[in-house]
Design a protein around this ligand. Structure first.
Ligand SMILES: [Zn+2]
Ligand SMILES: [Zn+2]
Ligand SMILES: [Zn+2]
Length: 190
């Protein structure tokens, strides 16, 4: 799945994800209970990985008194059934874009806006398996997490001229500064 286009019909993403989750749970004979479904919906609220505590906050605002273990159990279920991936780098969770298809998690993570895009490239899996096998190693679980800039942030970064005014001007808008910081981080932190 590519990086999301700004202002796309995200409702369609959420509906598609929930429908796919219902179908996958039916296929597996697993039960998508109310709380599991709601947690999945909250994970899908954006294309940015979300932490367990943010999910707890959201549930709390809805007046659902979800205890942390309840949310963790729901997340465990969603991960175990391939509906959600855990991003170790961010200690956060993201909805799977193709549940029901066996695949290892491969993610491009934007260091600026926090968006994630899921790759499902068999060639990457094969390359890892082959390299591991050469070392006599068998892969049991793998997640590939790659940090960088998404197309939108890359565009914003290259448009923002690194003049002193752009960096310190009072009218400077919130979006540009972190983009600069990200670019510096990528260049090795000047
Ligand atoms: Zn979307
Ligand atoms: Zn996936
Ligand atoms: Zn981005």
């Amino acid at each position: 799945m590519a990086f999301p286009i700004p202002l796309h019909d995200h409702g369609a993403c959420v509906r598609g994800a929930l429908d796919a989750a219902e179908a996958e749970c039916r296929r597996r004979g697993a039960r998508l209970t109310d709380i599991r479904r709601r947690v999945l919906e909250l994970v899908w609220e954006s294309h940015q990985p979300v932490g367990a505590y943010a999910l707890l906050d959201s549930l709390g605002r809805e007046g659902r008194s979800a205890a942390p273990p309840t949310v963790y159990r729901a997340l465990d279920f969603l991960v175990a059934n391939g509906l959600v991936h855990r991003i170790s780098l961010l200690n956060a969770f993201i909805g799977c874009s193709r549940p029901g298809h066996a695949h290892a998690g491969q993610f491009l993570l934007c260091a600026e806006c926090g968006s994630a895009a899921e790759l499902a490239d068999d060639a990457i899996d094969a390359a890892i398996a082959q390299s591991a096998a050469r070392l006599g190693f068998t892969v049991s679980r793998q997640t590939v997490e790659v940090e960088g800039l998404c197309p939108g942030c890359l565009r914003r970064t290259s448009e923002a001229k690194p003049s002193a005014a752009a960096l310190s001007g009072p009218e400077h808008r919130g979006g540009a500064k972190p983009a600069e910081a990200g670019a510096r981080r990528l260049r090795g932190g000047a």
